[in-house]
Design a binder for this molecule. Structure first.
Ligand SMILES: [Zn+2]
Length: 357
């Protein structure tokens, strides 16, 4: 079980906790009930499409890759005072009708809907099954460029000047924590729609609450949120580096690859660090038996370069720790994936995560 990348990632996220069996059926919180500190985040009672009376649909695009972030939206509908379950289910049906009949989409655009009364509902069909299993996702229609990597949550209402009701806010925390747990998404990877598109969504007030949301989700997951974390998914690399979306284990839309050769032709990852200090450096790569068994990662630490070699034939699709290094503050190169490997097979440069420790 520890070889399952999802479980390994989730274990890492939860601070080394070993989770019991039953993840696929969502019953593991029962397994762990005797250990209060280890209690998993339960499904927050998400009503399925069948429960709220969705129309049947077809032609959905389900993919094997897991999402890497959450995007928070507001529906831009009136802040109605009917906070009943019936009102929530009516809302879900009206959104589906609008998205199918007016927008011409195959189904509801977002993955989940959170009503003003705090009723959480499945949006696009199969979103709930994927979330429960922690495996793959259905491509949504809530933010261009992010639909195959971000879970979209629509919060009923308009939050430009008004606060979301407490029930809705608390349920948003519950839902995000459950999503982060099931997909091993770091709480730092919760964003607003406007972070990826020129839009008011999710409203000035709700957007300003996103730092608090990330903190609350981190607390729910029993983790101490890092003071700084950044994911770098677009290295600078020369023309001999190709781009591929071949492997479902990739982070984000694609990754870079190159043939091993004794040349200085790295794929460089650059970040702006808030201050001089120690940072944990991790990499995410898709593994393949044909990839390189000893890919050099050259870390540009303040005390000098350190090279960490990674076997990219195995253990892909998760964060792999390269170590903790001292860096100066400000904008700087963090590391380069080098082609200078004695091993055969492509060297892979996908994503790098830098976390203050
Ligand atoms: Zn939006």
């Amino acid at each position: 079980m520890s070889t399952d990348p999802l479980i390994s990632r989730r274990t890492a996220l939860r601070g080394g906790l070993l989770l019991g069996a039953g993840i696929a059926v969502g019953g593991f919180e029962v397994t762990l009930a005797s250990d209060a500190a280890a209690a998993a985040v339960p499904n927050p009672g998400i009503a399925s499409c069948t429960t709220w009376g969705a129309r049947a649909v077809g032609g959905l695009n389900e993919i094997a890759t897991r999402p890497n972030k959450i995007l928070v939206h507001h529906t831009d509908t009136p802040n109605q005072t009917d906070v009943s379950k019936d009102a929530a289910y009516r809302l879900a049906r009206s959104i589906q009708n609008y998205h199918m009949d007016h927008n011409g989409w195959s189904d509801t655009g977002q993955h989940f809907t959170n009503s003003r009364g705090g009723y959480v509902m499945e949006g696009r069909h199969t979103s709930l099954a994927h979330l429960t299993s922690g495996s793959g996702m259905v491509v949504g229609a809530h933010c261009p460029g992010q639909n195959n990597q971000a879970i979209g949550i629509e919060n009923e209402g308009t939050y430009m000047t008004a606060e979301p009701p407490a029930a809705q806010w608390n349920r948003l925390i519950d839902l995000c924590a459950y999503i982060c747990q099931q997909y091993a998404i770091a709480p730092t990877q919760i964003f607003g729609h406007r972070d990826y598109l020129a839009t008011d969504c999710p409203g000035d007030v709700l957007y300003a609450k996103l730092p608090a949301l990330r903190q609350a989700v981190a607390d729910r997951l029993n983790g101490t949120p890092p003071s700084f974390q950044v994911v770098l998914d677009a290295p600078t690399a020369g023309a001999n580096w190709g781009s591929s979306s071949y492997s479902a284990q990739r982070y984000g839309a694609d990754y870079r690859y190159a043939s091993p050769q004794a040349v200085s032709d790295g794929a460089y990852y650059r970040a702006t660090l808030p201050a001089a200090g120690n940072y944990k450096v991790e990499t995410w790569y898709p593994a393949d038996p044909g990839y390189n068994p000893s890919t050099p990662f050259v870390v540009f630490a303040s005390g000098g370069n350190s090279t960490v070699t990674v076997d990219q034939r195995a253990n892909g699709g998760k964060w792999t720790n390269l170590g903790t290094f001292a860096f100066g503050g400000g904008e700087r190169d963090i590391l380069a994936v080098s082609r200078w490997s004695s091993g055969a097979g492509y060297v892979i440069a996908d994503a790098v995560r830098v976390t203050a420790v």
